[in-house]
Ligand binder design. Structure first.
Ligand code: AMP
Ligand code: FE
Ligand code: FE
Ligand code: ZN
Length: 281
C-alpha cells in the first residue's frame, strides 16, 4: 500500500480542490492519502466522495497551526472529531486571527511593494477557509513582483521577515491534548525543518510525549538524512508512530504527491489509536 499522509487543498493553501488532489493521487499510484489542510476540516467530505469514485482511501486529518514561545510549529491531527469543542475553538480562533494578520502583513509590505489587500482577496478561492502567507505570495506573483511562491517566500515572506506578523495559535502541548480530547492522533509535522524558526529539541519532544503525542513525521523533504535519523531515534525510544508525507500544495510548492510515504503498519497504528467520536474520555 502506498500512503501519503500530508496533503493540502484550496480549503487552505494548496492549489487544487480536494477532489483534484484525490484524482492526482490516483495518477501518482497512491492507495491512500490524508487530506491535512491547515486549521480546517472543510475539504474532507469532497475528498472522501472523490476517494470513493477513484478507489483511493482518504484518511481525515488537519494540520494545526501551533506555537511555542511565539515560534510556529505544525501539528498533524488524524481522525479527529472536528466538532470537539476545544479543538474547534482553537482552530476557529486561529483562522479568524489569520485574516487580520494577513491584512497587517499587506500593510507592512505596501510600504515597499505595490500590493493591496484587494489584490490578495482576489487570490482567495470561494472554498478557502484558512488564509495564509501563500495567498499573499500569489497576489505578489499576480502583480508581477515575484515569479513564484518560492521567490516570494525566499524574499519577503520567510519566517524571519520584517513583514511577518504573528497570528493566534495554541501552544503546541495544548494542541496535542486538544487532538487527543477530540479522539484524534497527534503527530508532529516536519519538526526538524530548518526553514521554520523553531526546531523540535529533546526537552520539547519529551514534554509533548507526556502530553500525548502519538507520532512524528520523519520522511519529509525539509528533513535531511541526519534529521530523519534523529527523529526516528527519538520516536523509537517511546515506541511512537513514524510517518512520511509529501506536504503537497499543488503547483504552489515543488513537493510532489507521493514523494514521501508512510508504512502500512503505521497507517494501521494511526487507525487503532483513534477514538471514535462520541466515546467520551
Ligand atoms: P502561514 O501559515 O500563513 O504562516 O504560512 C505558512 C505556509 O506557507 C506553510 O503552510 C507552507 O506550506 C507555506 N510555505 C512556506 N514556504 C513556502 C514556499 N517556499 N512556497 C510555498 N509555500 C510555502
Ligand atoms: Fe501550507
Ligand atoms: Fe506544515
Ligand atoms: Zn503541510
Amino acid at each position: 500500500m502506498r500512503a501519503d499522509l500530508h496533503t493540502h487543498s484550496t480549503c487552505s493553501d494548496g492549489t487544487g480542490s480536494p477532489a483534484e488532489v484525490v484524482a492526482e493521487a490516483t495518477a501518482a499510484e497512491l492507495d491512500l492519502i490524508a487530506l491535512t489542510d491547515h486549521d480546517t476540516a472543510d475539504g474532507w467530505a469532497e475528498a472522501q466522495a472523490a476517494g470513493r469514485r477513484h478507489g483511493v482511501q482518504v484518511l481525515t486529518g488537519i494540520e494545526i497551526s501551533t506555537e511555542r514561545d511565539r515560534d510556529s510549529l505544525h501539528l498533524l491531527g488524524y481522525l479527529v472529531d472536528p466538532r470537539a469543542s476545544q479543538l474547534a475553538g482553537e482552530m476557529e480562533q486561529a483562522r479568524n486571527s489569520r485574516v487580520g494578520r494577513a491584512q497587517a502583513m499587506v500593510e507592512r509590505l505596501a510600504a515597499d511593494y505595490p500590493i493591496t489587500w484587494a489584490q490578495v482577496q482576489e487570490q482567495i478561492g470561494a472554498d478557502t477557509t484558512t488564509i495564509g502567507r501563500p495567498h499573499i505570495a500569489d497576489a505578489m506573483v499576480a502583480a508581477g513582483i515575484f515569479t513564484s511562491r518560492d521567490e516570494a517566500f525566499a524574499t519577503a515572506l520567510h519566517s524571519r521577515s520584517p513583514y511577518l506578523v504573528h497570528h493566534y495559535a495554541p501552544d503546541v502541548a495544548v494542541a496535542v491534548r486538544a487532538v487527543r480530547a477530540a479522539g484524534g492522533v497527534p503527530v508532529l509535522a516536519h519538526g526538524l525543518a530548518t526553514r521554520q524558526k523553531r526546531q523540535l529539541d529533546e526537552a520539547l519532544f519529551e514534554e509533548l510525549v507526556d502530553a500525548g503525542l502519538a507520532g512524528v513525521e520523519v520522511a519529509h523533504r525539509d528533513h535531511d538524512p541526519a534529521a530523519q535519523a534523529l527523529l526516528a531515534r527519538w520516536a523509537h525510544r517511546h515506541g511512537l508512530i513514524v510517518t512520511g508525507g509529501s506536504d503537497y500544495h499543488g503547483t504552489g510548492k515543488q513537493n510532489r504527491l507521493g514523494e514521501n510515504l508512510t508504512e502500512p503498519e503505521m497507517v494501521r497504528r494511526i487507525e487503532d489509536a483513534a477514538r471514535p467520536a462520541g466515546t467520551g474520555g
